[in-house]
Design a protein around this ligand. Structure first.
Ligand code: MTE
Length: 323
């Protein structure tokens, strides 16, 4: 059932800029020719989204989908947005300042491969076609840190339906933008850019697979994968591809970025399982972002989502499902 509840971190209604004033500000901005004027006006305009055609205005966070309940506190927004993995901006956790450079409009998403007809969608046209909802999901990185955050977005199945894949398509290959001018991490030439991941069609159309465009009721920040990323909460976080520019439908199992780099440590399935250790560390417990690093809590099979996804893996138990 979809209900709309107000969270503590949301602005009170009176503090939100009414849409009309927001548009007036943008018109005023467009009319301003002089740089110094803009600089002087800085603080007044800083709350406005940086997008020209913001099809998300007034649509975030969206009604909360209560199907997916989480028995953990939300991670503080500051932790989820300042401790990130986004190797295109650097192979460390403090990439958020560098990521602010990412140009999020215009943004095109190509739907390619085994589809009725390949198409390239403008993100705003895509957003106009889908219903935005909010889901609180756990996220478990393969490095053994975890968070719980409110994503806004739409089921990946809606995007698959728009793509109209052919019957023979078995996998979806997701690809991140790779632009050297915006992404300093790409200078690390030993990584197999672009960042690629893949899921089966059954995984892509499972209701848990979620295309994300917002976080904590706001447009998704660049460091978290704006303007369009995936959230696959039952898998290790590296499967959740950020800043997606291309989905390719294929009958070949995609080889992911991490698998290309180190196939002894990272595989295709990468489902969370506390009983299957990473070759270099235990996966039995995790550190929750914002809490004491030494106060670890147990990791759950499929990261707590077994009831929704365990059936996807019946009959293929012989595969390396947990690495
Ligand atoms: N997507 C791209 N394009 N590049 C990356 O480096 N890192 C992955 C995943 N998606 C990554 C990516 C990993 S390892 C994790 S844990 C999550 O993004 C982190 O998401 P977050 O920074 O929003 O917490």
């Amino acid at each position: 059932m979809l209900t709309r509840t107000l969270r503590g971190w949301e602005l009170p209604e009176r503090a939100v800029t009414p849409e009309r004033i927001y548009h007036d500000r943008r018109r005023l901005l467009a009319g301003m020719a002089a740089g110094p004027l803009l600089a002087a006006a800085g603080p007044l305009f800083s709350a406005a989204p940086a997008y020209a055609a913001d099809t998300l205005a007034g649509r975030l966070p969206g009604p909360r989908n209560e199907t997916y309940k989480v028995d953990r506190a939300l991670t503080p927004e500051k932790d989820a947005t300042t401790y990130n993995n986004f190797y295109e901006f650097g192979s460390h956790k403090e990439i958020w300042p560098a990521a602010q450079k990412l140009k999020r409009r215009p943004w095109m998403v190509k739907l390619a491969g085994m589809v009725e007809k390949e198409k390239t969608l403008d993100i705003d046209d895509l957003l106009a076609k889908v219903q935005i909802e909010e889901r609180v999901y756990r996220h478990r990185c393969v490095e053994a840190w975890a968070m719980t955050v409110p994503w806004s977005g739409f089921p990946m199945k809606a995007l698959v339906d728009i793509a109209r894949p052919l019957l023979g398509a078995k996998y979806v290959r997701m690809e991140t933008l790779a632009d050297k001018d915006q992404m300093p991490g790409l200078r690390q030439f030993w990584y197999p850019w672009p960042y690629v991941e893949g899921v089966t069609m059954a995984e892509a159309t499972n209701d848990l697979a979620f295309m994300v465009v917002g976080l904590y009721g706001k447009p998704l920040p660049p460091q978290n994968g704006a303007p369009l990323r995936l959230a696959l909460p039952w898998k290790y976080g590296f499967k959740s591809t950020k800043s997606i520019v291309r989905l390719t439908f294929t009958d070949q199992r995609p080889i992911s970025f991490w698998e290309k780099l180190q196939d002894a440590e990272y595989g295709f399935w990468a489902n969370v399982n506390p009983k299957v250790d990473h070759p270099r560390w235990s996966q039995a417990t995790e550190w929750v972002l914002g809490k004491d690093r030494n106060n670890r809590v147990p990791t759950l099979l499929f990261n707590g989502y077994a009831e929704f996804v365990a059936d996807l893996y019946k009959g293929i138990e012989g595969e390396k499902l947990y690495m």
